[in-house]
Design a binder for this molecule. Structure first.
Ligand SMILES: [Zn+2]
Length: 198
């Protein structure tokens, strides 16, 4: 097996036993075998931890967005999850929840089509009505399914607008505006998630 005096990833000598990560490549030293304990630990550190991780970053973003944005822009990023990871996770959550909610919404709608159909005496009007219902349903589905994607596509444009508008007053560059806009979009996704759940 591997000896613990060297980084298993890049072979750099480990300076002392207390060192937790390789200073050269960031690899944990010593490396642990992947087992249940390891997986539990990974989950705990990447998601559930209260002083860092996804939930921590989301909580900070919702409760004190100003300080979080300032910290992130000024370089205090040690405790924060990368915005790209946050926005990926949150858009996946929004899309999945939307699917689930649209799924149940469709069942409710087809039920109401049947009941309006029963009220109509004319079979022609009934067919027209159900045609209209299914058309509006598919438009709704389409918007629901792609709204998160639209929001993501608009992100670079939104960032460039902010950059142009605030260029005179702030020293932030375009990539910094991109990160700020991404974090604000994550905020919107969190609010959507709450609204969908309600
Ligand atoms: Zn290394």
């Amino acid at each position: 097996m591997h000896d613990n005096s060297r980084c298993i990833n890049c072979e750099r000598a480990v300076a002392d036993a207390a060192q937790k990560f390789c200073p050269n490549c960031g690899q944990p030293t010593p490396a642990h075998r992947i087992d249940w304990h390891f997986l539990g630990h990974e989950l705990e550190h990447s998601v559930l931890h209260m002083d860092r991780g996804i939930l921590y970053s989301l909580k900070q973003l919702m409760l004190r967005p100003g300080p979080l944005l300032r910290d992130y822009i000024e370089g205090r990023r040690g405790n924060q999850v990368k915005p790209l990871l946050l926005i990926t996770v949150m858009s996946a959550v929004v899309v999945l929840l939307n699917r689930l909610v649209v799924g149940t919404g469709m069942m409710d709608m087809s039920g109401s089509v049947n009941s309006t159909g029963a009220l109509n005496t004319s079979a022609e009007a009934q067919a027209l009505m159900s045609g209209f219902m299914s058309a509006s349903r598919s438009v709704g589905d389409w918007i629901n399914a792609h709204f998160a994607a639209f929001t993501l596509l608009l992100l670079p444009i939104e960032a460039s607008v902010k950059w142009l508008v605030f260029r005179r007053y702030s020293k932030l560059n375009y990539p910094e505006w991109l990160v700020i806009t991404a974090l604000l979009t994550v905020q919107v996704f969190v609010i959507w998630t709450v609204l969908i759940l309600l």
